[in-house]
Design a protein around this ligand. Sequence first.
Ligand SMILES: C[S@@+](CC[C@H](N)C(=O)[O-])C[C@H]1O[C@@H](n2cnc3c(N)ncnc32)[C@H](O)[C@@H]1O
Length: 325
Amino acid sequence: MALEDAISQTKNMINTAVLERKIDSNLKFNGYQKVYFYTNENIKGYLDLLNFQAKSKALTVLSGGDQAFSLISKGIRDIHTFDINLLTEYLALGLKRAMILKYDYAKYLEVLNCFYDGCSIDDLTSIIMDLSLLMDFRYRQFWQEIANYNYQLQNNIKYYSPLNLMDILSCGAFDYSTITKRVNYLESYDAYELVRERIANVNITFQVSNILDVATNFDNNQYDFILMSNILDYLDTYYGSGWDKAKLLELEEELMSIASNEAVILLNYLFAFKKINGKTRAFRGSGITIKDLTDEEVKIYLDPISLEKSFTKVYDGIILKRVKK
Ligand SMILES: C[S@@+](CC[C@H](N)C(=O)[O-])C[C@H]1O[C@@H](n2cnc3c(N)ncnc32)[C@H](O)[C@@H]1O
């Protein structure tokens, strides 16, 4: 049922884009939505600040999989992922995992470039078909159906060139020129090969979940790391104007119940964060400012390799909660 649903909803996305001759740029998360196939965060920047010694278990938002695959680089072997967007698992744990299994470093980057810059529909279809053979059964079924559907629908259209399937299914975070700086597993040939060696033996699971339900959905676990990307920027969708410090403490308390004794929780990723500005929002859409944070919620600046790097004195940052039980 879940697979049928995924296939039919994804076909709808393709069909709508092709009929309307446009790529939807709306940012939505719930249900089947476009995926951030490549991160817009400096994941390497923050993972390199953390201590992974004797740590083995992590919970992370899945998104395009870059957080999870970078955790493999750091030696984490038990990775539980969640996301509210049901399409993420097909792109990250289906397509991207198969790319890592199949390609060496140079080929991976070449195919990535081809996905986003000038891959013909014939090439794209045959790449996906080849990759599908390395996927778990459900993902293989999905991608074979989707690649065929896309090909049949778009190959014979007269007068128009085909829309790029990857543009239809993923959203604009992709920045080829900085991707090797952003994620640990692409920082070098050796780092990539290490993840290739490990990936088949690492346990990566996925569960559809809202961040507000993870403590319940993942109870009975004790994670060394919990990575939440910048999801908390969007909690006003659920809390409205009630997204405040009390709600943050409530959420932290829940997350602590699934955190190990010395866990690190990445509460939020801060984009284009002004360094000297006490009134900066800690979570977009909330009334919580950086000044409201306590010593337990540490705020750290990262090197500016974000897309916004043309700004001066603007840094990305993170808010970490270091657990001490
Ligand atoms: C907030 S987005 C931004 C992209 C992110 N910065 C990255 O580099 O991957 C990350 C992921 O969070 C998911 N997400 C957003 N709100 C969520 C929620 N309330 N619960 C669970 N996942 C959520 C989205 O579906 C998306 O896949």
